[in-house]
Design a protein around this ligand. Structure first.
Ligand code: PLP
Length: 365
């Protein structure tokens, strides 16, 4: 007899992450691949974290601290919240799933912008929820249109700010207006994976909202700014009430010891943080200038990635890049088939991308 998973899973199409470096190296025989498809940190991670990790290799046969105590206390102090207002998970992917598991019953609705981060839809449908997708307006999350789609069945609203893949963000006045009159039993997720790359001071920072609104959660990650993507560690900040409900749905002991150690040490490394932010700022300027010279449409970005319109099927351009050992993301999956999304790499990598792009466009004319 064939095996049957729950109906929700039979309908489910898995999230397709960017390919790993190793699989591309193996397939194409490259010694070196530049990966600019997963919005990771090509500058690596903090030397302080490396040192702390090297000193933490004893004791790994024991379970890690289930409460993530040291990191919890340090972050609580920095963010001026109570330790009980934090929840840690194996990356913010897991926290997105946790929100869905805790709040979405079969047939209930969750709303997201489109295009936005794909896992909101995945996590919702895994729970037999119905995902409502609301198109972006001028590449930005359309809060008014999202609000207009709220029904009695709405349980969660997923808001990615800055938005992946477009890099746009919404500010405080916009978000304040959005919140007016919204039922306070709808969970509003502010996914702030990229907030550290925002260059626009008008940002609706979740931290300003969580104490007045028991239904808002800010999700953050150590994968981007701190370059700890492989360690799988992210966290949420919310009311104690919301955190305690999420904790009930969570796997016990889910943040490994090395992730806890690396995250804690990374927080102390202001030098590394400045290096990463400085590199991103300069690289974005380089992109803007070059794309303007090339006459290509682009979206100003508050993330560590940029989208631009290559004016032709971008899958072909992805392939051209791949032949040179550079992995970038085509826009088809975002409904933007002539656009590319390129993660901001090390400055020299970005120079290489732009030189190659110029060559490809010249060849195609
Ligand atoms: C908007 C957004 N949220 C969450 C994640 C997942 O991050 P993590 O590595 O913390 O699971 C990503 C990863 O790319 C992302 O783009």
């Amino acid at each position: 007899m064939p095996l049957h998973a729950r109906p929700a899973l039979e309908q489910f199409s898995s999230y397709a992450p960017a390919r790993s470096l190793e699989s591309i190296q193996r397939e194409y025989g490259f010694e070196r691949v530049i990966k600019l498809a997963g919005n990771e940190n090509n500058l690596g991670y903090s030397p302080l974290a490396k040192k702390a990790l090297a000193e933490s290799l004893e004791g790994l046969s024991y379970y890690p601290d289930p409460y993530v105590t040291r990191l919890r206390e340090t972050l609580a102090q920095r963010l001026h919240v109570e330790p009980a207002q934090l929840i840690f998970g194996t990356g913010s992917f897991s926290l997105i799933s946790l929100v869905a598991q805790a709040f979405i019953n079969p047939g209930e609705e969750a709303i997201m912008a489109d295009p936005s981060f794909g896992w909101y839809a995945g996590a919702t449908t895994q729970m037999d929820g119905v995902i409502i997708k609301v198109p972006l307006k001028d590449h930005a999350v359309d809060l008014d249109a999202i609000k207009a789609r709220i029904t009695g069945r709405t349980r969660v609203i997923w808001l990615c700010n800055p938005n992946n893949p477009t890099g746009t963000q919404f500010g405080r006045a916009q978000f304040d207006r959005f919140l007016e009159g919204i039922r306070d039993d709808i969970i509003i997720v502010l996914d702030e994976a990229y907030l550290d790359f925002s260059e626009d001071a008008d940002f609706a920072n979740g931290l300003h909202y969580i104490n007045q609104h028991h239904n808002i959660i800010s999700l953050r990650t150590f994968s981007k700014l701190y370059g700890l993507a492989s360690f799988r560690i992210g966290y949420g900040i919310a009311s104690e009430e919301l955190i305690s409900l999420l904790t009930k749905a969570q796997l016990p002991i889910c943040v490994n010891h090395l992730a806890q150690v690396a995250a804690l040490a990374s927080l102390e490394d202001t030098e590394f943080v400045e290096l990463v932010q400085d590199n991103a700022r300069k690289s974005k300027q380089l992109y803007y200038q070059t794309l303007e010279t090339l006459g290509l449409d682009y979206i100003k970005t508050n993330g560590n990635f940029i989208m631009f319109d290559v004016g032709t099927d971008s899958d072909d351009v992805v392939l051209e890049f791949l032949k040179k050992g550079i992995l970038v993301r085509g826009g088809k999956e975002f409904g933007m088939p002539t656009w590319l999304r390129v993660s901001i790499g090390i400055y020299e990598e970005n120079q290489l991308v732009l030189t190659l792009l110029t060559e490809i466009l010249e060849r195609s004319h």
